[in-house]
Design a protein around this ligand. Structure first.
Ligand SMILES: *Cc1c(COP(=O)(O)O)cnc(C)c1O
Length: 328
């Protein structure tokens, strides 16, 4: 097995905290792993993947990172912050950035000095072409670009969450009961792919569940399978994962990516007031809504001890003030 190099950037291990009021309501022991505490301006899950991706960029002596996302992309903001920290340039291909207000993540991208190239939804669907054009243009200007795929979700990014499985196991008190389930949002699949690989490699006692925040579970199973196969081949991982082992719960996408339902917006206010934790409207509110809904319908599905990954996203909240006002 080959382990790729990593630049330590995230504030880890992140704490695991019980959600006492919600646990009592649902008759389970629900805890949250505070992946929103991996850093202030680098909050969220993307920094874990970027530790490996940026190590690769550095090894290849690249001086510019290029990545993509929505106008309120957490991944783009984390990349911009870390590029500034490491003294390299950052170019962001952001869907809808031309029309978007300068707030939340987009405001931070600009503060970090990232070059923003707005792309239309149509161009975004063929993002590889836009990446190739941008990389060629940068090379023409004498720069050495490193392209990071959407969400940092590829074989390298997955290592961030392979590692988290070990971290969770180390945080379980010796001899104490382990978690039965670990649950996360699925937006580009890298987090789920990493957790699945990590759980296999470490023979973890818990099952991994994803909840998709856009598209369909079938679509993400294929995407996750692609990342798994790539990682297993490249790093000689001594594991085998079948498609049927990828568990993604569908039905919580609402109107689409970045469009939470009124129920999901209300859940943000409820969790904030009950537990002092703020979920984000794009990922964690949908995933948490899915977890609670399934708990209501199938109380035994996840076992008794459940760990929800709070994967960050707080800055996008500030682009949803109007929507949230309606449910406050
Ligand atoms: C990107 C993101 C996710 C989804 O993780 P993927 O690895 O892209 O599936 C979940 N939560 C937040 C806050 C994110 O920014």
């Amino acid at each position: 097995m080959k382990v790729p190099p990593r630049i330590p950037l995230a504030m880890v291990p992140t704490p695991i905290e019980p959600l006492r009021r919600i646990s009592a309501q649902y008759g389970v022991e629900l805890s949250v792993k505070r992946e929103d505490l991996t850093g202030l301006l680098t909050t969220g899950n993307k920094i874990r993947k970027l530790e490996y991706l940026l190590a690769d960029a550095r090894e290849r002596a690249c001086d510019t990172v290029v990545t993509c996302g929505g106008a309120q992309s957490n991944h783009a903001r984390a990349t911009a912050a870390l590029a500034a920290q490491l003294g390299i340039q950052c170019v962001l291909l952001l869907r809808g950035a031309r029309e978007a207000a300068l707030e939340g993540n987009l405001l931070l991208d600009r503060l970090f000095g990232a070059e923003i190239l707005p792309v239309t939804p149509d161009e975004y669907r063929r993002i590889d072409e836009a990446f190739a054009r941008t990389a060629n243009e940068l090379m023409r200007r004498g720069r050495k670009p490193y392209v990071i795929p959407e969400g940092g979700s590829n074989h390298l990014g997955a290592w961030g969450y392979i590692q988290v499985v070990e971290e969770i196991m180390a945080q379980t008190p010796a001899g104490g009961p382990s978690f039965d389930s670990v649950v996360c949002a699925v937006g580009s699949g890298g987090t789920l792919a990493g957790l699945l690989l990590g759980a296999k490699l470490s023979q973890a006692p818990f099952r991994i569940w994803g909840i998709n925040v856009s598209d369909t579970a079938a679509y993400f199973k294929q995407r996750v399978l692609g990342i798994l196969r790539e990682a297993i081949a490249i790093y000689d991982l001594p594991v085998e994962i079948r498609e049927s082992e990828i568990e993604i719960l569908d039905g919580y996408v609402g109107e689409g990516y970045g469009r939470p339902t009124p129920e999901q917006l209300r859940l943000i206010t409820q969790v904030a007031q009950q537990e002092g934790i703020v979920l984000d409207p794009v990922y964690t509110a949908k995933a948490f809504c899915g977890l609670l809904d399934r708990l209501k319908k199938e109380p035994d599905r996840f076992g008794k001890r459940i760990l929800f990954l709070h994967t960050g996203g707080v800055f996008s909240l500030f682009a949803y003030g109007g929507a949230l006002e309606a449910v406050l």
